[in-house]
Design a protein around this ligand. Structure first.
Ligand SMILES: [Zn+2]
Length: 195
């Protein structure tokens, strides 16, 4: 009986440690979309795979496709151009899926033919915005990590602290503090070589 208890305990401990380890090694971002074929969502996935500092943090981007009815975004603005919001039902559904798959962040890619998005707690981009500027989804997710809109007119480097937002190339200059901020935002420790 005692042996059985110890065995069960060690299996439980092992799975706990393993789960914690796996989670810390691969922080996950979830992209939920109602676009048939999910192409714009896969562009978000590509952008995280090719933009510093995300590959250094082994960020995994998972895509979940829903029908328009299932997502039920009911896109609307708030009076400002380019702001696209989804219904609270859609945001709740996205957050529920995020928790279910163990992701730290979630983005909704709503299938719309015009350029828009927003960076609220459940950020949204339109498929058209993602096609036109492939880092729009990343930009909106980064708002949830505390990054602000500070665009450099040259589009090369950041102008203020915490700005990755204007960065469009794969070899963007990434200051140390971005690394730390992104790592914090994704709930992971900065790899030793970047500390
Ligand atoms: Zn923004």
């Amino acid at each position: 009986m005692k042996h059985l208890f110890l065995f069960v305990l060690s299996v439980a401990l092992f799975s706990l440690i393993h789960a914690a380890h796996a989670a810390s090694r691969h922080p996950k971002i979830l992209v939920v979309t109602d676009e048939p074929g999910a192409q714009a969502a896969y562009l978000v996935q590509d952008s995280f795979a090719t933009t510093a500092p995300y590959p250094c943090l082994n960020v995994e981007v998972q895509v979940i496709s829903l029908s328009r009815e299932e997502l039920d975004c009911r896109p609307h603005g708030d009076g400002r151009d380019r702001i696209v919001l989804c219904s609270s039902q859609a945001s709740r559904k996205a957050q529920e899926l995020r928790r279910r798959v163990g992701a730290k962040k979630v983005l909704i890619v709503v299938d719309l033919p015009y350029y828009g998005g927003n960076g609220g707690p459940t950020p949204v981009v339109t498929s058209a915005a993602q096609y036109r500027a492939p880092k729009t989804g990343m930009h909106e997710i980064m708002h949830t990590m505390g990054f602000s809109d500070t665009y450099d007119p040259s589009g090369q480097h950041s102008v203020g602290s915490g700005d990755i937002m204007s960065c469009t190339g794969q070899d963007c200059y990434v200051p140390q503090e971005w690394f730390s901020k992104v790592a914090r935002g994704l709930g992971v420790r900065l790899p030793r070589e970047f500390q």
